[in-house]
Design a binder for this molecule. Structure first.
Ligand code: OGA
Ligand code: MN
Length: 199
């Protein structure tokens, strides 16, 4: 999928349903470079918190994270950031969201980790407008669990999408709109998560 088709597919999803799920949008080499980048920082990963409530947080989410800046990433990972820049420009041009900075972290769930149902921007209280996810697990199998579920905001018992965290699958959704959850992973699960903030 070229950059332009990728941008259009994400923008159509955000403008329509409010979310987009796109398998295999990036070359395998780029996914491998991002994976290498994550594992080269493995020592820096820290248990994710919710505010300062680290203990409570562990019951809610089992991942460890490492915040990242593009400038720190190896050259081989740069095409991903270029694609995100192009996507942000396209979203701003076509949907007028006024997205500014992308805050981003790697997230590593150990076997037995998940993330209970939550909003990334509850009631619009934070500056997060659009959530992006890129999965980095080359040999993921259904029995590994770890599925992302996106729920219907009008009826949370209704699942709109179930997404396996397979290498190269890209997800974007409006941060304020969708409750979502990570089912327990039964295998180590690596992803890159980001949020575009309003100015
Ligand atoms: C998050 C999140 C989903 C996933 O980090 O806020 O919801 O599939 N992640 O990793
Ligand atoms: Mn989330």
């Amino acid at each position: 999928m070229n950059n332009e088709n990728f941008c259009n597919a994400v923008i159509d999803g955000l403008a329509g349903e409010g979310y987009a799920v796109l398998p295999c949008v990036f070359p395998a080499g780029l996914i491998a470079a991002l994976r290498d980048e994550a594992f080269s920082r493995r020592q820096q990963f820290r248990p994710a918190g919710i505010g300062n409530q680290a203990m409570r947080a562990q019951a809610v989410r089992g991942d460890s994270i490492d915040w990242l800046e593009w400038g720190e990433c190896e050259q081989a990972a740069q095409p991903f950031w270029q694609a995100m820049e192009a996507l942000r420009d396209g979203i701003n041009r076509q949907l007028y969201l006024g997205l500014r900075d992308l805050e981003c972290h790697f997230a590593l769930y150990p076997s037995g980790g998940g993330y209970q149902k939550h909003y990334d921007n509850p009631q619009g209280r934070s500056a997060r407008l659009v959530t992006i996810l890129l999965y980095l697990n080359p040999d993921w199998r259904p029995e590994h669990g770890g599925v992302l579920q996106i729920f219907d905001p009008e009826d949370e018992s209704c699942v709109l999408a179930r997404v396996e965290p397979r290498a190269g699958t890209f997800v974007a959704f409006l941060s304020e709109r969708f409750p979502h959850e990570v089912e327990l992973a039964r295998h180590e699960r690596l992803s890159l998560t980001g949020w575009w903030r309003r100015g």
